[in-house]
Design a protein around this ligand. Structure first.
Ligand SMILES: N[C@@H](CCC(=O)N[C@@H](CS)C(=O)NCC(=O)O)C(=O)O
Length: 214
């Protein structure tokens, strides 16, 4: 069986849970408590020397890291319910939207970066929040513009079925809400995220629905 090493609030793990659910795959979750530092322990570093979640153990026992690589692995290994469209340009569009979140937004706002800001550089909570909201504004402004300018946008980010763009968008919206970001300037992505959240595959992947949620 597939095994996901995960933390309920990790948005990168949330992406993988959505992809697994959309593909209808059976998996077990092993919680790695980031607040207790379990990701830094040797046992987890053996699985991922970066000390990050998620890690997906394949049915063959390989430990895969990086949520985009994991989602692409799932796409290639379990092609039923594709999460990428067929045409190369459409595939590039979907990957580009997903990477806007994964490469430009999330890395600036993850736990270790926020911890470095407060614990090492010494910024206060208000400055940390301003940092967080700055990168959300920059990223979501571009995401929203791309959605509104492109006729390929439908009830989901690409057409009328969920793709990897939605898989990456929804956890970032959850995070932004948690950090009290004002999302009123992004009606299209908010509408799409709300549509996704109606689907059981997204709802079952949400942080509050996880076994380690507190
Ligand atoms: N690019 C990685 C990011 C993974 C990542 O940053 N995971 C976070 C949780 S969302 C984590 O493990 N943080 C622990 C830390 O920052 O110390 C991916 O997409 O998998």
């Amino acid at each position: 069986m597939l095994t996901l090493h995960s933390y309920y609030r990790s948005s990168a793990a949330f992406r993988v849970r959505i992809a697994l659910n959309l593909k209808g795959l059976d998996y077990q979750q092993i919680p790695v408590n980031l607040l207790k530092g379990e990701h830094r322990l040797e046992a987890h570093r053996q699985r991922n020397p970066q000390g990050l979640v998620p890690v997906l153990e394949t049915e063959g026992g390989e430990a895969l890291s990086q949520s985009m690589a994991i989602c692409e692995y799932l796409e290639e290994s379990y092609p039923l319910t594709p999460l990428l469209p067929d045409a190369p340009v459409a595939r590039a569009r979907v990957r580009s939207l997903a990477m806007l979140v994964a490469c430009e937004m999330h890395p600036l706002n993850n736990l270790s970066v926020l911890g470095y800001l407060t614990d090492t550089i010494g910024v206060d909570e208000a400055t940390k929040l301003a940092w967080y909201q700055h990168w959300v504004t920059k990223g979501f402004t571009a995401f929203e513009t791309r959605l509104t300018q492109d006729t390929a946008t439908g009830s989901f980010c690409h057409g009328d079925k969920p793709t990897l763009a939605d898989v990456f968008l929804v956890p970032q919206v959850f995070n932004a809400e948690r950090f009290n970001c004002d999302l009123s300037a992004y009606p299209t992505l908010v509408r799409i995220a709300a549509r996704c959240r109606e689907l059981p595959e997204f709802a079952r992947a949400a942080p509050a629905a996880q076994p380690d949620a507190v």
